[in-house]
Design a protein around this ligand. Structure first.
Ligand code: KIV
Length: 260
């Protein structure tokens, strides 16, 4: 699939499924499962690096993970998240950083917030941009935590306007995070590019979940919008307990796993 097919999917009413991935095996599994898009999210700061926010992650770390995801993604388009301070300081650095992801092989970058001029500049030089509105985790300190956004009329109107501006600037899609379903519906119906929801209800053109949340690998907290489709953490803990106990009792390695 190409990114240009996404608008056609929206027009046909076909939902888009995106997942995050951070390494070769995760991307390979997502590809085999038939996912439409893979996002190398800066959420890796929390689920891979063990930080309490997405702020610490650097360009070097994001580029490294984008590279190893690409090895497993095959033909699935990979979108790279631009980390905090990689696009906010000045236009030349933003272009250089966004371009570095495309040089690695990513098909597009994702940028949090409403930055119409920046999006226009990137798109004009051939760098496709996915927007991200609503709860933008890089602004967690300003937002006062990870809360539902767009609850009052004023902020809802601002989000609709921001989505329209991003579309006019040339963004190919917009992630809507933690906004009420009726607002996501209004935004989705107000723009011709696809919306990808996370905690934004059923009316978005697609959905995204964090790999570790979807598979039940991350248990530090669970936002309301996370659906765990598996409980891999429990399975992994049980397996390692079993292994450890078999090592200690001399049950492993047995004949089947040894050369005599
Ligand atoms: O970093 C991330 O994983 C994201 C998704 C939650 C959209 O931005």
């Amino acid at each position: 699939m190409e990114l240009t097919d996404l608008v056609k999917k929206k027009q046909r009413g076909e939902k888009i499924a995106m997942i995050t991935a951070y390494d070769f095996t995760q991307a390979d599994i997502a590809r085999e499962a038939g996912i439409d898009l893979i996002l190398v999210g800066d959420s890796l700061s929390m689920v891979i690096d063990g930080n309490s926010s997405t702020l610490p992650v650097s360009m070097d770390i994001m580029l490294y993970h984008t590279g190893i995801v690409l090895k497993g993604a095959g033909a699935v388009p990979v979108i790279a998240d631009m980390p905090f301070l990689s696009y906010q300081t000045d236009l030349p650095s933003a272009i250089k950083n966004a371009g570095a992801f495309l040089k690695k092989g990513a098909k597009a970058v994702k940028i949090e917030g409403n930055h119409p001029k920046l999006v226009k500049s990137l798109v004009s030089i051939g760098i496709p941009v996915m927007g991200h509105l609503g709860l933008t985790p890089q602004s967690v300190n300003q937002l006062g935590g990870y809360h539902l956004q767009g609850k009052d009329e004023q902020s809802a109107k601002e989000l609709v306007e921001a989505a329209k501006q991003l579309e006019q600037s040339g963004a190919f899609s917009i992630v809507l995070e933690a906004v009420p379903a009726y607002l996501a519906k209004l935004i989705t119906e107000s723009i011709s590019i696809p919306t990808i929801g996370i905690g934004a209800g059923v009316y978005c053109d697609g959905q995204v979940l964090v790999y570790h949340d979807l598979l039940g690998l991350f248990d530090k907290f669970k936002p309301k919008f996370v659906k765990r489709y598996a409980r891999l953490r429990e399975i992994a803990v049980d397996a390692i307990k079993n292994y450890s106990s078999e090592v200690k009792t001399g049950k492993f390695p047995d004949e089947a796993h040894s050369w005599n």
